[in-house]
Design a protein. Structure first.
Lengths: 317, 151
């Protein structure tokens, strides 16, 4: 496509005029790529419209310069384009630290593995002119789980009686999805409540962002299980209560708690939720207690967690 | 046949495994009734984590060298304890997608070792949950042998 034709097509898809259009075939220097750049990847072209933002749990949103918002110049489809960015850092988890690696290769592999499965974000990988693995992702329409739950303006008991069963039913689907990854030797790597999106179309929950990896030889899925425990606690408690929160808002319950009621890994989080919400079924609380400091045994497989959680659904209103 | 005096010792780059070897030396010192195989398990670096092939190869070589050095050190401890050299062997095997604990126990089963000896690092419960533990894996998988965990 000649340059003027490229600009015309880009403006047509965008629906607005552009000051300039530049065709880019090497995405290595991703910081320099911005609105108006058109990426050409294995014959397909994508117009960058901006940079993506992400904060933990919706706070302090920061630009992720290696992730661009884009439009497919062929059909106008909205995409997220993840460019190759290697980084490694120590991820703090409670008092511990774990070396975390961002791995484009891992995410590309998982995208292939989960193609057609609605419980995962969808996308594919194209190579740029110098061999960078560029991931072209469908944007998941909807909101992250933390935003979905934050919007529930009801007291906990009403939440328990009217919402929890549906939410945990959807969470079971999330667990089965992660189990599928593990069965294929892959891990999600960054399980957090804001990495689950509620799809505004089909209403299902969708896992996003699979590019973190770790060197975990003896317990390859331990970090994923830890994340799933946190999401479960968040769902059951409609937020994970911390000792600081309780001191401020429910100081009378502090006397009931001991160190065994707290998270094994992050010891200011309360996992023995039945001490805060006595109407929770004991069977549900028992699942949570596998992640507590007093747990005699841990879950080593997601299947163990689903086996315990599944029957609990029938006990919920 | 599983024989108690065929002893498999897991050796890694941590101090705890050398402690296990020293304990074994103290127990068996001067004896010639047991055959001891010192086993180091090599886990290749993950290409997901290191995109540069040259750096990956360098990491792999470094890991192997460290394990070979540790095997030599462990062998020396047992020789010093007057275990007959003909009863001692060393080996370095690769994980091939398994965990280190699984690899040790696969070697145990294949070799008919009646006793497995491993060290135990001072991990917290939280670390064990998140990262796993070789000694715990070995204990969980053991079915027809004795496991000595030296802490």
């Amino acid at each position: 496509m000649p340059e003027d034709g490229l600009k015309r097509r880009a403006e047509e898809v965008l629906g607005r005029p552009l000051d300039r259009v530049r065709l880019v075939t090497d995405t290595t220097q991703f910081m320099g790529l911005s609105r108006g750049d058109v990426l050409e990847l294995q014959g397909k072209r994508y117009l960058i419209t901006g940079v993506a933002y992400e904060g933990r749990f919706g706070l302090d949103e920061e630009p992720k310069h290696w992730v661009k918002r884009a439009l497919d110049l062929e059909d106008g489809g909205r995409k997220l384009i993840k460019l190759v960015f290697y980084e490694q850092f120590d991820l703090p988890i409670g008092h511990l630290k774990v070396r975390c690696y961002r791995s484009p290769r891992k995410e590309a592999r998982i995208l292939e593995l989960v193609r057609g499965r609605p419980e995962f974000m969808q996308g594919f990988t194209l190579l740029d002119a110098v061999g960078n693995e560029v991931r072209i992702l469908d944007r998941v329409p909807g909101q992250s789980l933390d935003r979905v739950l934050d919007a529930q303006r009801i007291d906990h008991q009403t939440y328990f009686q009217t919402r929890l069963r549906d939410l945990l039913t959807k969470f079971m689907g999330c667990l089965e999805a992660i189990s599928f990854l593990h069965a294929h030797g892959e891990r999600h790597g960054d399980i957090r409540r804001d990495h689950i999106f509620e799809h505004s179309g089909h209403g299902g929950w969708v896992w996003i962002d699979f590019d973190y990896n770790f060197e975990l030889a003896e317990s390859p899925f331990g970090l994923d299980l830890f994340g799933l425990g946190n999401v479960l606690c968040y769902l059951v408690g409609r937020g994970i209560p911390t000792l600081q929160d309780l001191k401020r808002h429910r100081p009378e319950v502090l006397d009931r708690l001991d160190s065994g009621d707290l998270s094994l890994v992050i010891p200011n989080r309360v996992f023995n939720l039945r001490k805060l919400y006595p109407y929770l079924p004991e069977e549900l609380n028992r699942v949570l207690m596998h992640f507590s400091a007093s747990a005699p045994i841990f879950y080593e497989r997601v299947a163990e967690m689903t086996a315990d959680l599944g029957p609990v659904l029938a006990l919920l209103p | 046949m599983i024989l108690w005096n065929r002893i498999l010792v897991g050796v890694d780059d941590g101090e705890a495994s050398l402690g296990a070897v020293r304990y074994l030396a103290a127990v068996l010192g001067g004896s010639n009734t047991s055959k001891v195989r010192l086993l180091a398990v090599y886990k290749p670096p993950d290409p997901d984590l290191e995109p540069d092939p040259a750096a990956l190869a360098a990491q792999a070589a470094e890991r192997r060298l460290a394990l070979e050095a540790r095997l030599a050190e462990a062998y020396h401890i047992l020789v010093e304890a007057r275990l007959a050299q003909e009863n001692l062997s060393t080996d370095l095997v690769e994980t091939q997608g398994r965990s280190i604990g699984e690899t040790i126990m696969a070697e145990q089963a294949a070799g008919g070792y009646g006793t497995v000896v491993v060290g135990r690092r001072g991990m917290t419960k939280a670390e064990e949950f998140l990262f796993g533990s070789v000694s715990s894996n070995v204990v969980h998988q053991a079915t027809d042998c004795c496991v000595w965990v030296v802490a």
